[in-house]
Design a binder for this molecule. Structure first.
Ligand code: FPP
Length: 240
């Protein structure tokens, strides 16, 4: 079965999961930690090279203060609790997004766990916090504009590879498989550039309920797709 090299996930449905149980939204986010662990384990066991999780978008700052602070507390406590085990399993952890907007303790913990795991050779795990796909492209464009203004680069020499090299996921293959739980069929400003040719898989399962069977269903969907990257089916048949 063909498996993806890189899986990207929008973990949606925590709030609804909590509401169904008459619990506060924070309880839904807390219950979302289990499936995060499960997906990391599944990817590591199956030899999937990279996993990128959308934990908090640039737009999520607009949520009520109480929810934002409970999410930030959850990220910090989960990180402190899990980093040693991730490290012992050879996971290389990185954060993508505008870290300057986060609290000093969270930034310090993120930086510490990134440097601890930087040389690991197993799963490349990216967690997107305060991330937006448009912000990512604008940041990369700004770097190129600065090089042009400094006379180091001519605008007509800018190509796709140069812009890619300035994005948060530089150096990783683009996600082959995008998964979104929670029933909505949207990309919601996730990896806008990198998802250009990804297979998109949507499931009604709410994130806290996402399980091995759900992950396997997404992999089976991926394996059933014929990926043409803009070419015709006949061209692909001839080249294989
Ligand atoms: C979207 O569900 C989920 C989030 C904004 C937070 C995701 C965070 C976790 C799963 C916690 C664990 C993460 C890490 C990396 C430790 P929603 O609140 O929009 O749900 P709703 O659409 O049902 O309201």
């Amino acid at each position: 079965m063909t498996q993806p090299r890189h899986v990207a996930i929008v973990m949606d449905g925590n709030g609804r999961w909590a509401r169904q149980r008459l619990l506060p939204r924070a309880a839904g986010h807390k219950a979302g930690i289990g499936p995060v662990r499960l997906c990391i384990e599944q990817c590591a066991q199956r030899g999937i090279e990279a996993l990128t999780l959308f934990a908090f978008s640039s737009e999520n700052w607009a949520r009520p203060d109480e929810e934002v602070s409970s999410l930030m507390g959850l990220f910090l406590s989960a990180l402190e609790r899990e980093v040693a085990e991730l490290h012992s399993n050879q996971v290389r952890l990185r954060f993508i997004g505008d870290v300057s907007t986060l609290s000093a303790p969270l930034q310090a913990s993120m930086a510490g766990s990134q440097s601890l795991t930087a040389a690991n050779t197993g799963l490349h795990l990216q967690i997107a916090i305060s991330y937006g796909g448009r912000w990512d492209i604008v940041s990369a464009a700004r770097q190129l504009a600065a090089r042009c203004a400094a006379g180091q680069l001519q605008p007509q020499d800018i190509d796709e590879q140069m812009l890619s090299a300035g994005l948060q996921l530089a150096g990783l293959p683009d996600p082959d498989l995008f998964i979104r739980t929670g029933g909505e069929q949207r990309i919601s400003n996730f990896l806008l550039w990198n998802l250009a040719y990804s297979e998109l898989y949507f499931t009604d399962q709410l994130w806290p309920d996402f399980d091995v069977a759900g992950f396997e269903a997404a992999l089976a969907y991926f394996a059933s797709r014929s990926r043409r990257f803009g070419r015709t089916g006949e061209q692909l048949a001839r080249s294989s």
